[in-house]
Write a protein that binds this ligand. Sequence first.
Ligand SMILES: C[S@@+](CC[C@H](N)C(=O)[O-])C[C@H]1O[C@@H](n2cnc3c(N)ncnc32)[C@H](O)[C@@H]1O
Ligand code: SF4
Length: 452
Amino acid sequence: MKNLIQKYNIPGPRYTSYPTVPFWDKEGISLEDWKKTTIQSFKETNDTEGISLYIHLPFCESLCTFCACHKRITKRHSVEEPYLLTVLKEWDLYCDMLVDRPKIREIHLGGGTPTFFSSENLKQLIEGIFKRADRFKEFEFSYEGHPNHTSEEQLQTLYDLGSRRNSFGIQDYDPVVQKAIHRIQSFEQVKKVHDLSKKIGYESISHDLIFGLPFQNEESIRNTIKNTIKLKPDRIAYYSYAHVPWIKGVGQRGFDDNDLPKDNEKRYLYELGKQLFFDAGYVEIGMDHFALPSDSLYKALDNKKLHRNFMGYTAGKTQLMIGLGMSSISDSWYAFAQNEKTTEAYTEKVDRGVLPIFRGHLLSDKDLIIRKHILNIMCNLETEWNVGLDDSIKNNILDRLQEIIDDGLIEVTSNKITVKEEGRMFIRNICMAFDLRLIENKPDTRIFSMTI
Ligand SMILES: C[S@@+](CC[C@H](N)C(=O)[O-])C[C@H]1O[C@@H](n2cnc3c(N)ncnc32)[C@H](O)[C@@H]1O
Ligand code: SF4
């Protein structure tokens, strides 16, 4: 196993989209094409499956030095109202364009820290969204909360607005690790927001943990997981630490590369975590995620309904996902578009009445076929060859998979490829064999975190 880890631990995408962002067309997408594909997707699916909304709320009170998210650090809460009014203006631009009233299947508030916003402002935001939309019959509403900045009032307000699922960033309970990542947060504080969520009636609570952080070791991970299991969250995200210090502005500092667990140690922390979650009754979902069998994510896996998009794994698929807020990515299935990455540029465009996208990608027919295969592998750990691939592409993919086949990580038959249990940790490498854009344009600088 040690040799396999050394062999396959290379920079690679996490496949929340295909093509992955660095391989979107350099020329981008025209505003006209973006609008056209959005309207097409909306007409095809609004009545039958509804649409999803991702709303990015970027503010955080203090910087965690491991964080790779798009965030804005400030203690000034006066930023809340102008920002949410801009998000609602952006939503108006979409609603004017779509003509019919959208039926929302899913809303997710991501960040940054959505619970940076006061209860009144969160209420104003969600009520503003529903002035122009209806709830699809299986409506779901979830959000990310920081345990140190989530009050009972916020939990209750969001529940009253229809949320039944939330997730809390935990990362690690060890004091040495917490100091290095500049995120001091006690078990008692996490227990408080977790128990309050249960008391209020939330049906699914998720905890985010990370392995591979500075100074983590077997003992610290055992303790972190012991504490996590005491609270029995319905879902656990166990992310591999993405060390991407070359991306300007992510704030990854305060520790040294030498403080990070090495490849094999990091992988051991993953295997250890996985075993401890299994022992506690959790089931592994795709990559990085675990859930109790009573949770909707496990049920989606069981019914082959699991989906993956920029929000990560979701239980319900919609073809159209509109991303609102600075840096958000939207997906019309036929195209992707990303919003301006600073609040200033984002606000300036929305104020001018223009959809605030700054780059995107129109998928080719070939992209759409590969996209489906990568999704199948990431969600169901298998895919059928007969979906759209001509023989020459299929043979090229098989050539690239040969080493992975020889290492016993996947099984290939004339109509199917299936990832074996031993191959699960190499799932990103397996998808890379399908990634024609990556193969045709090998990057010459580091743009991805390591696969393992
Ligand atoms: C937007 S943040 C979480 C919400 C909230 N701001 C908090 O920190 O509690 C979403 C999650 O992304 C994960 N994350 C952020 N940076 C990461 C990195 N460099 N590698 C792996 N996971 C990361 C963390 O687990 C984090 O909880
Ligand atoms: S981990 Fe959460 S709170 Fe910390 S900087 Fe990132 S988004 Fe903000």
